[in-house]
Design a protein around this ligand. Structure first.
Ligand code: GLU
Length: 318
């Protein structure tokens, strides 16, 4: 499961989206892409296999401009890593009039069944991904729906599997619709601009104010507000919180790779993790929950089961 970034703003969002993807690179991915609604109200899309840097270079050579956009780093589950399979995926009345663009993390388990239904309805699939069914199904539902929100709500009811997805319609660029089930999504709240990401790290350069969606939520995001609907379609309020996360965790800092950073941060990470668990040399049972004293009393022996590299961590723990 990889990275999602979305933005709806008055300013150009390309830079924000690319920086967001860079901040999600630590999760690993094989390709990336961006779709933005341009001034003429059309979807423009750039995708690349390989590093986000490849995408950034392509966008530097040929920038995309607009205030509504979505971006993705993909870790292929259905279909090889290729430009055709990279997200965003699009749908519309024909190749030249695509108005729907979609990014998705996770897996649509019943994609084959949906694909058959959509092919019968006349849709032509151009990728091997499960994700493309989202784009076409939303487009199909939109024909008989009042709004994009309505179409996405009808579509997610037909999905089986885990997904975090963000959908835009270039005919209504003043909003984006997002849905989550089994894959995290967080909304970043700005001043007359709003954002979405699979991890708040991606949005730290633009906001510290976050709203976390819950399982089954579908939300419509405009520049000015966020409407959230729960799994039963009832409008609900989700709390927003100010987050004090340092930029550090999402940055490579002085290190060449995230893996190097992780290795060198281990002493501090272990120290921080253990700090709460001890009062001096004494175990601080309160740190392990209200039942901890009882649970620790009842333990007769501890078995550490591990293989490969974790076998060595097991030996240290012993
Ligand atoms: N299943 C989708 C694909 O293969 C999304 C994978 C992901 O989470 O990046 O394209």
């Amino acid at each position: 499961m990889c990275g999602i970034v979305g933005a709806i703003a008055q300013r150009d969002v390309m830079g924000i989206l690319v920086e967001g993807l860079r901040r999600l690179e630590y999760r690993g991915y094989d390709s990336s892409g961006v779709a933005i609604v341009n001034q003429a109200g059309q979807i423009e899309r750039t995708r690349r296999v390989g590093k986000v840097q490849e995408l950034a270079q392509a966008l530097k050579d040929k920038p995309l401009s607009g205030g509504t956009g979505i971006a993705h780093t993909r870790w292929a589950t259905h279909g090889v890593p290729s430009e055709d399979n990279a997200h965003p995926h699009v749908s519309g009345d024909g190749a030249l009039s695509n108005n729907i663009a979609v990014v998705h993390n996770g897996i649509i388990e019943n994609h084959q069944e949906l694909r058959e239904k959509l092919v019968k309805a006349g849709y032509v699939f151009v990728s091997q991904t499960d994700t493309e069914v989202i784009a076409h199904l939303v487009h199909l539902e939109l024909q008989t729906s009042e709004s994009l929100l309505d179409a996405v709500q009808k579509s997610v009811k037909q999905f089986e599997g885990a997904y975090g997805t963000v959908v835009l319609d270039s005919n209504t660029p003043e909003k984006i619709v997002v849905a989550r089930s089994g894959s995290p999504l967080v909304i970043g709240l700005g001043l007359d601009e709003n954002f979405i990401a699979s991890d708040m790290m991606a949005l730290l350069p633009v906001t510290r104010n976050f709203m976390f969606l819950e399982e089954g939520d579908v939300a419509q995001i405009t520049r000015f507000d966020v409407e959230v609907y729960d799994v039963d379609g009832n409008q609900v309020q989700r709390e927003s919180k100010e987050h004090d996360v340092s930029h550090e965790a999402g940055d490579k800092g002085e290190y060449r790779h995230f893996m190097m950073k992780e290795i060198f941060e281990q002493p501090t990470a272990v120290r921080n993790t253990l700090e709460n668990g001890f009062n001096g040399d004494e175990l601080n049972l309160d740190a392990f929950g209200s039942n901890a004293a009882k649970i620790f009393d009842e333990i007769e022996h501890v078995q550490i089961i591990a293989c490969g590299t974790s076998y060595h961590s097991g030996m240290v723990a012993r």
